[in-house]
Write a protein that binds this ligand. Structure first.
Ligand code: TXA
Ligand code: MG
Length: 362
């Protein structure tokens, strides 16, 4: 594996040219975007795309995002309504953290679409990603550069730790600016549907297009069929057992279990919210609830830090309960917890009691 450090701005032409060569030769390049690092390859090269799936151990029915440069190829949308909406969205948010799913895309390597008749496209807002796209001269298919189901990488070091020798080259441009993945929106049958909450909040989407924007089942964390195949319940997950809890619960009255387990419970809340938990639990923070951009920026870094190396105990992740970026943050926290949300003091009590290996039934 080659590891090249690139300054975000300034002269990195040589490194970019080298990475572009690796892409054209069918290799895998981990590169920074404004959201998270991607594991990229030539979107026209089926063999390379298959290698990306294999490196991540990602199921083949979970399609990849095709990253395009600023002068994006005209998407061949036949219907005028879709063309107008996609144009409006692209003008408002590209380059940037919005992925647009549209019908078509059969010019790309077949596995890119994961067996669907739609393709996901985004133009990333990062000088290195854009320079790489221009130098490679081909669109780059790239999922987040983490093994399937694990926490997404917000620095090149995360990529090296997780996928190390499975990449041919890593471009290290430091930490990513936003820290949360792009919002995924589908344009189909005269409907706009958010398939994944992300760095562009729903409210901003709604403010920028005339058409109405609905939220898909998958992004609601509700039971039922998932529109976006990537929206598995367990995703973005620490290795230790994790559970999400509703904001504002008073857990300080939980009866002391007196079990060694209490010492391995880590409650992850926010700096400026009261944290009402038993004294034996550790208290950790995702940052200030008043600054969700910073919470988002640091979210994956924090989840990695809070994932104990011995994988013992429990992480309790308090949801923000906020609109805007809070939706994406709560979505990732809920998935990190495999979809389990505890919504009352009693639910927490029962959950903790179940975990206690020496529990006495009441
Ligand atoms: O910010 C991001 O989006 C990052 C950076 C690297 O661009 N990429 C990323 O890729 O998060 P990935 O593969 O981890 O997530 C892509 C999401 C998945 O949920 C996938 O199922 C969905 O987009 N997706 C891709 N193509 C789709 C399609 N044709 N229809 C529906 N969902 C699609
Ligand atoms: Mg991912």
């Amino acid at each position: 594996m080659e590891y090249l450090t690139v300054p975000e701005s300034g002269s990195s032409q040589e490194q970019i040219a080298r990475a572009a060569q690796v892409v054209r030769d069918g290799g895998l390049v981990a590169f920074p975007t404004e959201t998270v690092y991607g594991l990229g390859c030539n979107a026209f090269d089926e063999r390379a795309v298959r290698r990306v799936f294999a490196a991540k151990r990602r199921p083949l029915d979970n399609p990849l995002i095709v990253h395009v440069s600023r002068d994006r190829p005209m998407l061949e949308l036949t219907d005028g309504w879709s063309r107008q909406v996609v144009d409006d969205l692209a003008r408002a948010f590209w380059p940037g953290p919005l992925t647009i799913v549209v019908p078509g895309g059969d010019e790309f390597a077949p596995s890119v679409r994961g067996g669907r008749s739609t393709v996901a496209i985004r133009c990333p807002d990062h000088p290195i990603a854009l320079a790489l796209l221009d130098a490679a001269g081909v669109p780059i298919a790239a999922p987040s550069a983490n093994s399937f189901g694990y926490i997404s990488p917000t620095s090149a070091v995360h990529v090296a730790e997780d996928l190390g020798d499975l990449c041919d080259l890593i471009l290290d441009a430091g930490r990513t600016r936003l820290g949360l993945e792009s919002t995924v929106i589908e344009v189909q049958e005269r409907k706009l549907t958010v398939l994944r909450h992300g760095a562009v909040p729903l409210e901003r989407l709604r403010g920028s297009v005339a058409a109405s924007v609905s939220v898909g089942d998958g992004a609601l964390n509700a039971p039922g069929p998932r529109r976006s195949p990537g929206l598995h319940r367990r995703h973005y997950s620490p290795r230790v057992e994790s559970v999400a809890v509703a904001p504002g619960l008073d857990l300080s009255q939980l009866p002391p279990e007196g079990s060694p387990l209490d010492e391995t419970i880590r409650y992850v809340g926010y700096d400026d919210r009261p944290c009402m938990v038993p004294a034996a639990w550790s208290r950790l923070s995702l940052g200030s609830i008043l600054d969700l951009e910073i919470v988002a920026h640091d979210l994956y870094e924090n989840l990695r830090r809070y994932d104990p190396s011995d994988q013992r105990g429990l992480l309790m992740l308090e949801l923000s309960g906020e609109p805007g970026l809070g939706r994406a943050i709560d979505d990732r926290l809920t998935r990190a917890a495999s979809g389990t949300i505890l919504t009352s003091e009693d639910e927490v009590r029962l959950f903790v009691a179940q975990l206690n290996p020496n529990r006495r039934d009441p």
